[in-house]
Design a protein around this ligand. Structure first.
Ligand SMILES: [Zn+2]
Length: 334
């Protein structure tokens, strides 16, 4: 299994689009109060990683309650909005509309920087594992640019978007592209499923594993990227982590339970890595901005008094040991 992948070329501003992300978070906090603070739309859930009930509350972020599973190490929001309220939120909240509209203005060069590692990843894996005709399904598409680029490569006979969440960006989807809502049409015939940053925001992540199990024939590929609670940023900063937010990141599965779930869905994992290089920078920025931040004194010391050399070495350690907060999984259906 491939365990270490290095992606050196991304910095925070590329991932979060800098100030746009700050404005998005500001709107999100207001929207969450408007949409979800009536308790009728919030439901208690068991751990989305392992199903354990009755875990302890760990912190609140934007008024939503996070729990930590004592069995599998997953951080998750409970109670959480029910699926219908979530759907409505993604479609109609000011924060989500702002994000999608602003993303329309991003220059192609920036989008290329963001998505070319994923395109290359798919090309390499397809080249190695797929033979003959093939169908790629992007699960709950959020990145029309990615789909457009995959389409352009012409390596798949069909590219399908399943339950796309692109709304204001739908004009960016390639012409003639098939949008699908009925998953049963694709049982046993989907050669590649891509699910980028979907797992972390689903009401029930089990749905993705079940779909992958039913849709991929033997030899089919499942590619997932997601935020993970095992990551350094989330472990050290807790609710202060700038990249935790309760609606887009409701399920922060631990690396261990995530790989268990992929395997139980009938897949062999061929790559499980945490290629991100942002965790150290993220924690360092929080320490730099506030002396009073409540984190372990060891980390405060390290980021206040040590130098670039130590920080770099720490980031390398996180990457090699798969402790960065962004996970990439490729798995092959048995
Ligand atoms: Zn659990």
């Amino acid at each position: 299994m491939r365990k270490v992948v290095l992606l050196n070329d991304l910095v925070t501003s590329d991932i979060t689009y800098g100030y746009l992300y700050e404005e998005y978070k500001r709107l999100l906090e207001i929207d969450i109060t408007t949409h979800f603070m009536e308790s009728s739309s919030l439901v208690d859930v068991a751990c989305p990683g392992c199903g354990k009930k009755a875990n302890q509350d760990i912190y609140k972020k934007m008024k939503m309650n996070f729990k930590l599973c004592s069995k599998c190490g997953t951080y998750y929001v409970s109670p959480r909005p029910d699926p219908q309220s979530l759907e409505k939120f993604y479609r109609l909240s000011n924060a989500c509309i702002f994000w999608r509209k602003e993303s329309l203005n991003l220059p192609e060069s920036k989008l290329n920087n963001l998505f070319s590692p994923r395109i290359n990843w798919i090309l390499e894996l397809s080249d190695e594992f797929l033979h003959g005709t093939s169908l790629l399904m992007d699960f709950e598409t959020k990145y029309p640019f990615f789909i457009k680029q995959v389409h352009k490569q012409k390596i798949f006979n069909s590219v399908i978007t399943f339950k796309p969440k692109v709304y204001e960006q739908s004009a960016l989807l390639p012409d003639g592209m098939l949008t699908e809502y009925n998953i049963e049409n694709y049982y046993g015939r989907t050669n590649v499923i891509t699910a980028f940053e979907s797992l972390e925001r689903m009401f029930d992540p089990g749905e993705l594993f079940s779909i992958a199990n039913k849709c991929c024939p033997p030899g089919g590929l499942l590619l997932i990227t997601t935020a993970s609670g095992s990551g350094f940023e989330y472990q050290v900063l807790g609710e202060k982590a700038p990249n935790i937010n309760p609606i887009n990141r409701m399920n922060l599965l631990s690396l261990e339970v995530l790989s268990e779930r992929v395997e139980s869905a009938g897949f062999e994992i061929i790559e499980l890595s945490t290629p991100g290089r942002l965790d150290v920078e993220s924690v360092r920025n929080v320490v730099k901005e506030s002396d009073d931040v409540q984190i372990h004194p060891f980390w405060k010391y390290l980021f206040k008094y040590r130098t670039e050399e130590t920080w770099q070495s720490l980031q390398d350690f996180l990457q090699v040991n798969r402790l960065s907060s962004h996970i990439r999984i490729a798995a092959l259906k048995k």
